[in-house]
Design a protein around this ligand. Structure first.
Ligand SMILES: [Zn+2]
Length: 320
């Protein structure tokens, strides 16, 4: 049920009693989804939010959904700021993530990712307390839930949260529902194996990292897109085009219907890196350059709708 009536405000969706998806429309840059899992005496969150005001809203929603139970555990699906910057607002919680999530969050810190003009609020870095490599089990009351890492894809450290008894899967940013995938910090060539592993779970309900709740039909177009990027990159790389030139010369075809088509530029940078034989997650162009080029591709700076109320704050980040 909506927390408020405004279409652009966060939406809380009940997924069977004590599990809720917390959706931040429209799922664009910085507007991630989270999970609110209510145990008999506490709450577990799947990810937080990017700004203090948005994380306060998430905290309020968790309190309302749980009758005021404390947030004791947070799962970070990966290190990106829209999923982790709100961690520090839950000082008593134990944060669980893949080991690379802690490393990457510490390396990136708070500043290089975004223009300081973005109003994230007084964000503090709060790193995961408990890390793992492949899998760990948590209990929601008596119900076991699984935190699984299938390999590098969107990042090096993607973790999904799997509820076997419900056939419910929170994917983090391994899936953007209705939007273009993003692999600037991850890998294309290994993404396919991760998708196969996700398919094998047999999920029927999927809460992805951004966008509406979906189902297993989300995997096929994502896989086709990744092959498409590889194909475009192979030809353009051989022809000596830059990723931006290649993106501009490309007909996105069916993928033009995805939100944020500008991500093709950053994704081609990653594909070029792989064609050069560089390792997974190797540094590509500086983040500021990637965001600037994506803005050049779409003809205007990227827009971040990060403040609340959602309707009156659009940050156009130029990344000079
Ligand atoms: Zn991400």
């Amino acid at each position: 049920m909506p927390i408020t009536g405004a279409a652009a405000d966060p939406i809380l969706v009940a997924l069977g009693g004590n599990v809720h998806a917390y959706l931040q429309p429209d799922g664009g840059w910085g507007l991630n989804n989270a999970g609110i899992l209510v145990a008999p005496d506490s709450v577990t969150l799947i990810d937080t939010a990017m700004t203090i005001p948005r994380t306060q809203r998430l905290r309020d929603a968790a309190a309302a959904a749980s009758g005021g139970r404390p947030v004791r555990t947070i799962v970070n699906t990966h290190h990106h700021p829209d999923h982790t910057f709100g961690n520090a607002l839950f000082g008593g919680a134990t944060i669980v993530a893949h080991e690379h999530c802690r490393t990457r969050a510490a390396d990136v810190g708070l500043t290089p990712t975004l223009d300081p003009a973005l109003e994230c609020g007084p964000v503090e870095l709060r790193l995961p307390d408990v890390t793992f490599t492949n899998a760990i089990q948590l209990f929601l009351g008596d119900e076991p839930i699984e935190l699984l890492h299938f390999g590098a894809a969107h990042t090096l450290e993607d973790v999904v949260v799997w509820f076997p008894a419900r056939k419910l899967l929170f994917t983090g940013d391994l899936v953007f529902s209705g939007a273009t995938p993003l692999v600037m910090d991850g890998t294309i060539r290994r993404y396919f194996a991760t998708l196969d592993a996700l398919r094998s779970l047999g999920a029927e309900t999927i809460v992805c990292g951004h966008g509406p709740i979906t189902d297993a039909s989300c995997f096929d177009p994502l896989e086709r897109y990744l092959h498409f990027v590889q194909d475009v990159a192979r030809d353009a790389f051989a022809a000596g085009k830059t990723p931006l030139q290649a993106a501009r010369a490309t007909d996105l075809a069916e993928f033009a219907a995805f939100a944020h088509p500008e991500r093709i530029v950053a994704n081609l940078h990653r594909a070029y890196s792989e064609l050069r034989g560089e390792p997974d997650g190797a540094p590509i162009a500086p983040v500021a350059q990637l965001f600037r080029e994506m803005g050049e591709f779409q003809g205007r700076a990227l827009e971040w709708h990060l403040s609340l109320p959602c309707s009156d704050a659009v940050h156009r980040v130029a990344f000079a």
